[in-house]
Design a protein around this ligand. Structure first.
Ligand code: PLP
Length: 382
């Protein structure tokens, strides 16, 4: 199978991910933070190494402010539901995933008001519109690092500066950015960063993290099972354990560490450029097919490795089905959990096919996808 669904989760994973996971499970993985024996201490140490690898990649000063979650959605929910209060105003974009849109929708009933800044048809946001939307109740700006529909990169540094100057918290949904582009929390003035471990960070599913800058008042969503302060009924307020209720996914987190250490060694800038060149080749190839309609920025420097397309009037699910059944190519079709993004790019009535190369995609894979789309388009035109 030619795997082009890296926007959903990355595949394959680096070999050291499975090796590290199996080693942990076979040789030492106990419950960290509960007991004092050697195995528990080793597990806690290995988990701490993953925190350090994340801190290094995202330029986070205090690794203790990194909470492990089971995915990006959990991190976004902890941040949105744990920080926002009645009367707060939030600014976000029309390109957000429903992992942001739905918690904000739920918070509306609790008196949290959201303003959606309209992006243009390529999914690009004008930071001036964010500035205009600020009022004296604005507590947070929430923006995706890159759209999961079109790959459009958001101007994070500029938005971060606006947030900083106005004393507003800046939360970034790094689901499509982490491991694919530089996400320096300091350079971009990011206060809160939620990321999955299983996409661009190349770790196992069931992993993710949330960074919350020290000093931001937050309430955990889940209570109990921290292993510390066992005599107290109240959930400890300490980071990170107060926010990691219950036994964590220790083998997954340890294996995620192996993946991130590999990314740190290679350099995220090198990965970004490699994926950009693949995307450029794919985009150029698809552009040359007259029946293909492409969405999102044309300049591949302005996007991550995500191609959104349709072929003439063909149903996108049908195209994905043909690619799977006849060509062994795995893509995703439909609305990609982002109804508003489809309205923004004009595909609200049909969705699109999303093709996402990744770290392990080769040039030959790209050529196979272009050839397959060419044949599907030609057969449809007959
Ligand atoms: C932009 C964006 N945000 C959030 C998520 C949710 O991530 P997860 O599946 O890890 O919860 C995704 C997943 O596709 C995404 O693309």
């Amino acid at each position: 199978m030619i795997y082009m669904d890296n926007g959903a989760t990355s595949y394959p994973k680096p070999p050291e991910v499975a090796e590290t996971l199996i080693d942990a499970m076979a040789n030492y993985c106990a419950n960290p933070g509960r007991s004092g024996h050697f195995m528990a201490a080793r597990t806690a140490h290995e988990i701490y190494k993953t925190r350090l690898a994340i801190a290094y990649l995202f330029h986070i000063d205090d690794a203790g402010q990194i909470i492990f979650t089971k995915n990006c959605t959990e991190g976004l929910n902890i941040a949105l539901q744990g920080i926002l209060k009645e009367g707060d105003h939030v600014i976000t974009s029309s390109m957000e995933h429903n992992s942001v849109v739905r918690p904000l929708h739920m918070l509306k009933a609790k008196g949290v008001d959201t303003h959606f800044v309209q992006c243009d048809a390529s999914g690009c946001i004008d930071p001036a519109k964010i500035k205009e939307a600020i009022n004296d109740k604005t507590r947070m700006i929430v923006i995706t690092a890159a759209s999961n529909v079109t790959g459009t990169k958001m101007p994070l540094a500029e938005i971060g500066r606006i947030a900083l100057r106005n004393g507003i918290l800046f939360l970034v949904d790094a689901a499509q950015g982490a491991g694919h582009m530089d996400l320096d929390v300091k350079k971009n003035h990011i206060d809160i960063l939620a990321a999955p471990g299983h996409k661009g960070l190349l770790g196992p599913q069931g992993t993710g993290f949330l960074y919350i800058r020290k000093g931001i008042e937050t309430t955990p969503l889940m209570m109990g099972g921290t292993g510390s302060y066992s005599d107290q009924a109240q959930q400890p307020a300490d980071f990170p354990e107060g926010y990691e209720a219950g036994t964590v996914n220790a083998p997954g987190i340890i294996a995620l560490g192996a993946a991130i250490r590999m990314i740190n060694k290679i350099g995220v800038d090198v990965i970004e450029e490699y994926e950009r060149r693949l995307t450029e080749k794919l985009q150029k190839g698809l552009e040359s097919i007259p029946q293909v309609v492409l969405y999102g920025p044309q300049d591949t420097h302005e996007k991550t490795a995500v191609i959104a397309m349709n072929i003439a009037d063909l149903d996108c699910e049908e195209v994905a089905g043909i690619l799977n059944d006849s060509y062994g190519i795995a893509v995703r079709a439909g609305f990609h959990c982002s109804g508003m993004a489809h309205k923004t790019i004009g595909t609200e009535n049909r969705g699109c096919v999303r093709i996402c190369p990744g770290f392990y995609t080769g040039e030959k894979d790209i050529e196979s996808v272009i050839a397959a789309v060419k044949r599907i388009a030609a057969e449809d035109a007959r």
